[in-house]
Design a protein around this ligand. Sequence first.
Ligand SMILES: Cc1cc2nc3c(=O)[nH]c(=O)nc-3n(C[C@H](O)[C@H](O)[C@H](O)COP(=O)(O)OP(=O)(O)OC[C@H]3O[C@@H](n4cnc5c(N)ncnc54)[C@H](O)[C@@H]3O)c2cc1C
Length: 391
Amino acid sequence: MSAHSIYMSDQHTAFRSSVRHFLSEQIVPCAEQWELERSIPTRAWRMLGEHGLLGLLHPTKLGGSNHDLFHSIVFLEELGRIGYGGLRAGISVHAYMATHYLGKYATSELQEQYLRPAIRGEKTAALAITEWDAGSDLSRLTTSAEVSGDDFVINGTKTFITNGINANFFVLAVRTQKPAADARRANTGISLLLVDASAPGIQRTPQEKLGWHAAGTAEIRFTDVRVPVTNLIGRSNSGFMYLMRGFQLERLVAAALSLGGVERCIESTLTHVRSRPAFDGRLADLQTIRHRLANLTTELFSTRALTYHAAWMYLRDELSAKECSMAKLQATELACRAADECLQLQGARGYLAGSDIARIYRDSRAGSMAGGASEVMRDIIAQQIIDMQEA
Ligand SMILES: Cc1cc2nc3c(=O)[nH]c(=O)nc-3n(C[C@H](O)[C@H](O)[C@H](O)COP(=O)(O)OP(=O)(O)OC[C@H]3O[C@@H](n4cnc5c(N)ncnc54)[C@H](O)[C@@H]3O)c2cc1C
């Protein structure tokens, strides 16, 4: 069901086949076990690294393969298509979210020490931004990093951190400057720090969720954690700007993963309705069912076209906020709708706890919250089409 597209060459098609083969041979057979273990094991990271799948966007001089963005879109669609939300979250946070900031802004020393091993799958990365009182509204972030001699001293707690339980390092959003008392929204004074997970004073608590079981989600408390001032990623107090830029990529990633998930839903439902005898034929012969699947497939194709267009815009200008937000909004909401409709079409079997569609149903629900809620996406789009047009 993968669409032919003007954005995809024969090279991308060949890459899709090899990724699909690798995932079905090496990852899918172990996925249930990793869901039970609630995290992705070290050996899986190594396998992904050996296959070059953790550094597709990173430059060759840092150990990446410097492939164009559409190779990543292909990889992410295929990763989404395996139907395990926790796995896809852990892998994409490592390869496209946390390490993105190292590749773009970190010193060459930090890149050698952390990015290179992360691309090889020898170190696992997490991106720790969210706090109990700072989710959609990052101006409420309170985790602090104060300079003391040659170190930053970090205090605060991050929550819902994907890969949090087993990450070897965190890309951590901290407040390095207190907001002015009269500041309406304190987006300034935020910085990004690299924190090695072996530093004393870090306490991790696993968080049990509705789905995304293999994602290794954890709450992380930092108590007087010291890291060298040289662990600053980019410039001091520029973290908010870096994150806003990085979120464009994060939203594209979420969209591409969701497309794969929708494809998986439709494929598994097609298999079911074709083989399920009902009335004078099969479920697949009933017109209402045919039309529902036709609608979903049409929505998949149109959302894919939007996502590819957003990726193309991102390549031209990393500040393609409107298009990336549209793609994230449309794809993650479609993923929820598709999972809901497909579970309905698979009937009671689909509702069994161990069924493929049941897992996809519960996993898809997180997509419209994590990495920016749908309402925030609508706010960004509205701001661009209404307020910016007025300015
Ligand atoms: C499975 C999972 C994995 C995650 N992984 C990570 C991670 O690795 N690292 C990390 O830092 N964070 C992570 N998060 C946190 C995620 O980024 C936040 O959930 C997200 O930023 C939204 O924040 P919140 O959940 O606190 O919701 P809140 O900000 O409390 O918002 C709650 C709801 O209010 C509504 N809302 C919010 N803002 C607006 C608005 N402006 N207008 C109208 N309605 C609004 C939305 O419906 C929203 O869902 C993860 C979350 C989940 C669920």
